[in-house]
Design a protein around this ligand. Structure first.
Ligand code: NAD
Length: 296
């Protein structure tokens, strides 16, 4: 049994911590929210009064926090001062590559092996233990992290050195944001040209326009497999989180001097959607905006 401190038990972290408990680990939980802590306690975690209390005596620390500023502050003020030497640190939050690298560097200086291990898969996958982890860190840190991450996911892939997990995550999500926007505007055009949506789906899904956004997550209700479109765009992956990831991708592209015009355009489109108050809806709801009317 491994003693694991888990910090950040929100929509994602709550399910992930529960799966660590199910795998037989002793999970010591801390969150700023009492409600989140109560849910974690009901799932079998031990409540800690502070992040430092959760970390003290733990073999590993997992964080699942909103953004880079939270991660940098929690590691600097709570984790590094309280952790035992050689404690394994795993940050599963989605954050900018620069912060991931600087926190991992500070961890290394303080003698802690660390991986950045952001996830693909949403709240349902976190609860079901079917996340995909993309992991940055040394081979030794990855080897220690893999069994812990496997208890929360279906795939654990070593992407490279520190920050490589975050780089893989934002590249994947930039591709997803751009293909979803392109899929939505294409379906809107097809309808306006008089094509039956199901007929066009049947053609494109076996032609060169096929993509995951079209055939696994179709943004039109009643077409393709079950998706958030069939539930009024509720649940799924919130448009605000897609915008967050597209902003991280734009920031990374600037720092790497990479041209990402399609990613940039997808970011502008999702910014318009979120500014219109639609940020909590699934990201495929952008079809309504591109259609100029409700989809269907
Ligand atoms: P969330 O807002 O539901 O949870 C974050 C939790 O962190 C909250 O409970 C908050 O109280 C807690 N927190 C913030 N600062 C803290 C601190 N200093 N100490 C302790 N707890 C603190 O967010 P979420 O949806 O669970 O997302 C978490 C991370 O996972 C984000 O980086 C997000 O981008 C990423 N992610 C989310 C999804 C998704 O579908 N929700 C999918 C993939 C990745």
């Amino acid at each position: 049994m491994t003693i694991i401190a888990f910090i950040g038990l929100g929509n994602m972290g709550g399910g992930m911590a529960a799966n660590l408990v199910k795998a037989g680990h002793d999970v010591r939980a801390f969150d700023l929210s009492d409600d989140a802590l109560a849910v974690a306690a009901a799932a079998g975690c031990t409540r800690a009064a502070s992040a430092a209390e959760a970390v003290r005596g733990a073999d590993a620390v997992v964080t699942m926090l909103p953004a880079g500023s939270h991660v940098a502050a929690v590691y600097k003020h709570d984790v590094f001062p309280a952790a035992n030497p050689d404690t394994l640190l795993l940050d599963c939050s989605t954050i900018d590559v620069g912060t991931a690298r600087s926190v991992a560097g500070a961890a290394g200086t303080a003698g802690f092996p660390m991986v950045d291990a952001p996830v693909s898969g949403g709240i349902a996958a976190a609860a079901a233990g079917t996340l995909t982890f993309m992991v940055g860190g040394s081979p030794g840190a990855f080897a220690r992290a893999e069994p812990i991450l496997s208890a929360m996911g279906k795939a654990v892939i070593h992407a490279g050195d520190a920050g490589a997990g975050q780089a893989a995550k934002i590249c994947n999500n930039m591709l997803l944001g751009a293909t979803m926007a392109a899929t939505c505007e294409t379906l809107a055009l097809a309808q306006k040209l008089g094509l039956d949506p199901q007929t066009f789906y049947d053609i494109a899904s076996v032609s060169s326009g096929q993509s995951w956004s079209l055939t696994s997550y179709c943004p039109l209700p009643g077409v393709g497999p079950d998706s958030p479109a069939d539930r009024g765009y509720a649940g799924g992956f919130a448009a605000a989180l897609m915008l967050k990831d597209l902003k991280l991708a734009a920031e990374a592209a600037r720092s790497a001097d990479a041209a990402t015009p399609m990613g940039g355009l997808a970011k502008e489109l999702y910014q318009i959607l979120v500014s219109a108050g639609e940020g909590a809806r699934d990201f495929s709801a952008i079809i309504e905006m591109l259609n100029g009317r409700p989809a269907g």
